[in-house]
Design a protein around this ligand. Structure first.
Ligand code: GCW
Length: 673
């Protein structure tokens, strides 16, 4: 097992021999469209893994058939099933009787709905279910469920830790690597329906005719799997590849250039999704270069794609010197006033936290603050700040923590309600995940990183889903549904992200990673050109205390939250301890809930993080007889690396804090090695 099959292994499951699919199975597709043909082929593949005998497609239903058909199909319509509420992408999978024969029906209002139903059925079987009395139904709560590839045209991947880009730009559009189809299958299996092919730090070249043809080839492969292609657009492209003198969004020539460019793209890719834009951030060009607003820029691009039903996802990740006192305030400062000024087909894409994909950040204050604008949640699946692909950190709890957070805007309103549009009745909604996919055999650099791709898709489908449930699903399909494996694997996963928080940045600390690459500790760094690149800017430790004062006595970033949330965070007595040093600068001797001092508590957290990783190694050792050799070995080796590096983080961090605060280690704690 090299992990290539991801969670789509379709292996006969040891735990329930012969139970999964007992009777002879045939697959029936009355109307063989491109999508339904693929859904049927996927089911044939999966059922062949589970069934005792061969699985064939058949022209008509008989006892034991699995039938794939849209709700409008006469045979399905005559069953009077509750399909209306499935809207356009939901599915219903149910054991029914057709012409006297017991049949498993997979249906939905569109081919895509049926496709998702086929995958739901495979998930059901892969997690211990059988074909007897099936009843599965679900409708996605978020409309655009999109991967963002930070893949460059030269094959490198920004913040990519699983090898080179899977896009072979050189040989596209001719060479259609079968891997593209497997990529599409994997995404469709978890409901992802869009992919941005290129890095947000975009090159204008990606919009030239040769690259449009390459993107079109990928779009053709992905289309039957319900996946649309999007491109990151470089704002200055009209200058770089269009020969214009300016990229000013209010210049009619510029608008005309983008319109013509959009028309050209849509000729090649009729269902092109639209553009993703990083503007005026980290050196990228943007409308601010012409003293125009982000809305001016976004709306100009939106007008170019609107005739084709395209959309624009405009990122709010900006930081420059507009808010020199606190980088965390900038996105809100710049975007909140623009609420209500964006065109209908613009979504503003906001990172989960206000700094940058840290092991823990409080939710971004823009969620809830721009009611007139659909906000896309941007999570980072690749773990730039959480030990890359090497450390085991299941991100389900991180995603869930952010999505479950109350915004404080209205009673009961959560970030998930904002993202899925229910808070304000937005129908255009989205969730984006910065992909962790590369050319490695196992796609993501380790078997456990596959779970982060998986949980992103599942939570984009349902932002209220539960991280633990999804981990169980993933583990069952990836290894075996045997609880003797699933229970310990899920136990390892569920605490793994908190362990990273503990050994890297406990109690609300953030951005203490080494310069540039962000791997390993660097809390001592303080001499970088821009203040907000320095870890010292974030921790502000001195002899007396530590933490970033974001209350009124400091940057007052806390005031960007709705009043009840602002109040809770601003009060050192009510702020959750896990966010303490994010919002407050406090003394090393401050008493914590446990009765210990802050310093003692910090040391405990660092130790707990290391201890958790040691515990994962033991759990994994015990699983050796139950996991195939290749995946067991790779994971065991990575866990050994992680334990060594968790100690490195702890010891380097504690040594540094001790050099600042002049304190000894609390009694009972070993000296750093
Ligand atoms: O997380 C930071 C990364 C950059 C990235 C940027 C962004 C694509 O360090 O590599 O650039 O955020 O999200 O735009």
């Amino acid at each position: 097992e090299d992990g290539y099959a991801l969670w789509m292994r379709y292996q006969p499951q040891a735990a329930i021999p012969g139970e999964v699919v007992r009777q002879p199975v045939s697959i029936v597709v009355p109307n063989a469209t491109p999508t339904l043909t693929r859904a049927a082929e996927e089911l044939r593949r999966g059922l062949s893994g589970y069934a005792a005998g061969p699985v064939a497609t058949a022209p008509a239903v008989r006892a034991g058939s699995v039938m794939l058909a849209v709700a409008g199909d006469p045979a399905v319509a005559s069953l009077h099933l509750p399909t209306r509420s499935l809207t356009d992408e939901g599915y219903l999978v149910r054991s029914v009787t057709i012409g006297g024969a017991p049949v498993t029906l997979v249906t939905g209002n569109s081919d895509r709905g049926v496709l998702y139903g086929a995958f739901a059925l495979l998930r059901h079987l892969g997690t211990g279910g059988t074909l007897a009395k099936v009843d599965l139904t679900s409708t996605p709560k978020v409309k655009l469920r999109v991967l963002n590839h930070w893949d460059n045209l030269d094959g490198s991947v920004e913040r990519g830790y699983a090898g080179q880009s899977i896009w072979d730009w050189w040989n596209l559009p001719d060479l259609k690597d079968p891997r593209y189809t497997d990529y599409a299958r994997a995404n469709a299996s978890i409901g992802i329906n869009g992919t941005v092919l290129n890095n947000v730090n975009a090159k204008a070249d990606s919009l030239t005719a040769p690259y449009i043809a390459k993107a079109a080839a990928l779009a053709d492969i992905f289309r039957p799997w319900g996946i649309k292609v999007y491109l990151s657009a470089r704002f200055s492209a009209p200058i770089e590849i269009g020969g214009l003198k300016t990229a000013d969004p209010l210049d009619p020539q510029v608008a005309a250039w983008w319109k013509a460019k959009a028309d050209e793209i849509y000729r090649a890719i009729p269902d092109f999704g639209g553009f993703l834009v990083k503007a005026n951030s980290e050196g990228q060009p943007g409308p601010r270069d012409y003293h125009r607003s982000h809305a001016d820029g976004a709306n100009m691009l939106a007008a170019a794609v609107a005739p084709h039903k395209g959309i624009v996802m405009w990122r709010a990740f900006v930081y420059a010197d507009t808010d020199p006192d606190d980088r965390a305030k900038q996105a809100y400062t710049e975007f909140k006033p623009l609420d209500g000024t964006f065109a209908d087909n613009v979504l503003v894409q906001v990172k989960n936290g206000a700094i940058d994909f840290q092991p823990r950040e409080p939710f971004h204050p823009l969620f809830g603050a721009m009611p007139k604008t659909p906000l896309v949640m941007e999570f980072q699946i690749t773990k730039e700040y959480l030990g890359f692909a090497s450390h085991l950190a299941y991100l389900g709890p991180l995603f869930q923590e952010v999505l479950d957070a109350p915004t404080g805007v209205k009673r009961g309103q959560t970030v998930a309600d904002v993202v899925d549009g229910s808070a304000e009745g937005h129908r255009l909604t989205g969730m984006a995940g910065v992909a962790n996919i590369g050319r490695d055999r196992d796609w993501t650099g380790s078997p456990f990183n596959q779970a982060n791709w998986y949980v992103f898709g599942r939570m984009a489908w349902d932002p209220e889903a539960d991280a633990d449930t999804i981990a169980r699903e993933w583990a069952a399909q990836t290894f075996t549904p045997d609880p003797a494996v699933v229970d310990p694997v899920v136990a390892m996963m569920m605490g793994s992200r908190e362990a990273v928080v503990d050994y890297m940045t406990p109690l609300g600390l953030a951005h203490l990673m080494a310069t540039g690459h962000h791997y390993g500790p660097g809390p001592w760094v303080s001499d970088l050109a821009r203040p907000e690149w320095n870890p010292a800017y974030y921790h502000r430790a001195d002899k007396q205390g530590i933490g970033f004062d974001r209350t009124r006595s400091g940057s007052n970033a806390v005031a960007q939250y709705a009043p009840p949330v602002a109040k809770r965070f601003a009060d050192v007595g009510t702020v959750p301890e896990r966010d303490l040093l994010w919002f407050h600068h406090v003394g090393w001797d401050r008493r914590m809930a446990s009765g210990r001092t802050l310093w003692e508590e910090m040391v405990r957290h660092y130790d707990a993080g290391v201890g958790y990783v040691a515990g994962m190694r033991q759990q994994w050792d015990a699983l050796r007889p139950r996991i195939d050799a290749e995946r067991w070995e790779k994971t065991a080796t990575l866990l050994a690396i992680q334990e060594r590096e968790a100690r490195w983080w702890r010891d380097a961090s504690l040594a540094y804090w001790m050099s600042v605060n002049g304190r000894a280690l609390p009694a009972g704690v070993r000296a750093p090695e």
